[in-house]
Design a protein around this ligand. Structure first.
Ligand code: LLP
Length: 386
């Protein structure tokens, strides 16, 4: 299989070729999620001694079975819209409101009101909302999202700090926010920062904790420090495995320096990316000016990440696992955009052809969540393997 060395345990889909081909017969594009992988990743984080609470960022994948699996591991759920928190309560009606965290960006006033009515934790990241809607926030308890001045992550478009990013209260307005909150009787019980997504340095989060803990000491009412999500997964065959042990040790060390605060994380990708594969069916193979392309029935409509971030996803022809001749293909979709590429320069069986099923790996995070109906293509289907 021309697909690079296996990472940690072999992916769940290895050895399940027949089953996946059978599932693909029900129609593609189709996402398939393996819940055992989700649970394993969830445990690997919740077993971290220094972490007091984990919230899963459901924007990565809000499939009800995934929400149930992760909540079943004791996680809370982090939401960025009313649509997301309504999905959570529709799926898990008995979930305690304190296990839901609302961290919106430029949300309308009515979503904050709905969140307070639900009794879920609300994070605010600007002073203007307090000034404009004092009656919404008066006497409430909130968390405050800070912009630490710079972003991190796998692509410029996922970095959420610094002047160019719309998120977070800049440090220059910190004192003014505290003053405004005091006037309204708003109690700030948590400090939050999320600098971006797909951050490779395991020491990043301890640095965020240290920074926020220093600030928290000056506020006096802080109980919780939320150091965001952003844990990476290795998409390319060369990518190193994230050093979870180093990450844990760093958090343990910094937590012992500032033991007063509950430490919260809110990962998305790490929990679900590797649990999901996207199955596509080849439609045509075409050679043009020396470039061979295999076209599929789903492209940037089904999986936006390569077009949007030049993200890499492994691609495998599961209809032809032969040791025969290979050829290099661009794997493309059916959308009328030149950016509609799932992978460039991929080695696949030379006889890859119409009807073959291609598996696009590590597509469980921000896959279906970002799928769309551009060109009036139908949304992908979804299946869950229990
Ligand atoms: N917390 C906040 C406040 C966030 O904005 C995000 C992601 C997360 C947690 C979870 O981040 P994660 O652990 O998944 O990295 N569509 C992009 C990723 C955008 C992430 C947006 N915010 C991608 O496909 O790479």
């Amino acid at each position: 299989i021309a697909f690079g060395a296996p990472k940690r345990a072999p992916a769940w889909w290895r050895g399940r070729r027949e089953a996946l081909l059978a599932i693909a017969q029900q129609g593609t594009p189709r996402y398939v999620y393996d819940l055992a992988t989700v649970r394993e990743r969830a445990r690997s984080l919740s077993e971290t001694a220094a972490v007091d609470r984990c919230f899963y960022a459901i924007k990565a994948n809000s499939h009800p079975a995934i929400l149930k699996a992760i909540a079943g591991e004791g996680f809370g759920l982090e939401c960025v819209s009313q649509g997301e928190f309504e999905r959570v309560f529709a799926t898990l009606p008995d979930l305690a409101p304190g296990r839901v965290l609302f961290t919106p960006s430029f949300a309308p006033r009515r979503e904050y009101e709905a969140a307070f009515e639900r009794g879920i934790i609300v994070t605010l990241d600007n002073i203007e909302a307090l000034q404009r809607w004092p009656e919404v926030f008066r006497d409430r308890t909130i968390w405050l999202r800070i912009d630490l001045g710079h972003g991190e992550g796998h692509h410029e478009k996922v970095r959420t700090g610094g002047v160019a990013a719309k998120f977070g209260l800049p440090m220059t307005r910190f004192d003014a926010f505290i003053e405004e909150a005091r006037k309204l009787g708003v109690r700030i019980s948590g400090l939050h920062a999320h600098l971006g997504s797909g951050i490779e340095d395991p020491n990043h989060w301890r640095g965020v904790y240290a920074h926020l803990a220093g600030l928290a000491d000056s506020v006096g009412t802080i109980e919780t420090i939320d150091i965001g999500g952003g844990l990476p997964i290795p998409y390319t065959p060369e990518a190193p495995q994230f050093d979870l042990a180093l990450w844990r040790d760093g958090l343990a060390e910094i937590k012992s320096a500032y033991p007063r605060y509950g430490l919260v994380i809110e990962p998305g990708r790490y929990l679900v990316a590797e649990s999901g594969a996207l199955l596509l069916t080849a439609t045509q193979t075409v050679e043009k000016d020396g470039v061979r392309r295999v076209g599929c029935d789903g492209g940037m409509n089904a999986l936006m990440r390569p077009a949007m971030y030049e993200a890499y996803h492994g691609i495998l022809n599961i209809s032809r696992l032969n040791d025969g001749e290979t050829a290099v293909f661009d794997v493309v979709g059916p959308i009328c955009e030149s950016s509609d590429v799932i992978g460039r320069g991929r080695t696949l069986p030379a006889d890859t052809r119409e009807g073959d099923v291609l598996l696009v790996a590590d597509a469980g995070a921000y896959g279906m969540a970002m799928a769309n109906t551009y060109n009036l293509r139908a949304l992908p289907a979804e299946d869950v393997i229990e």
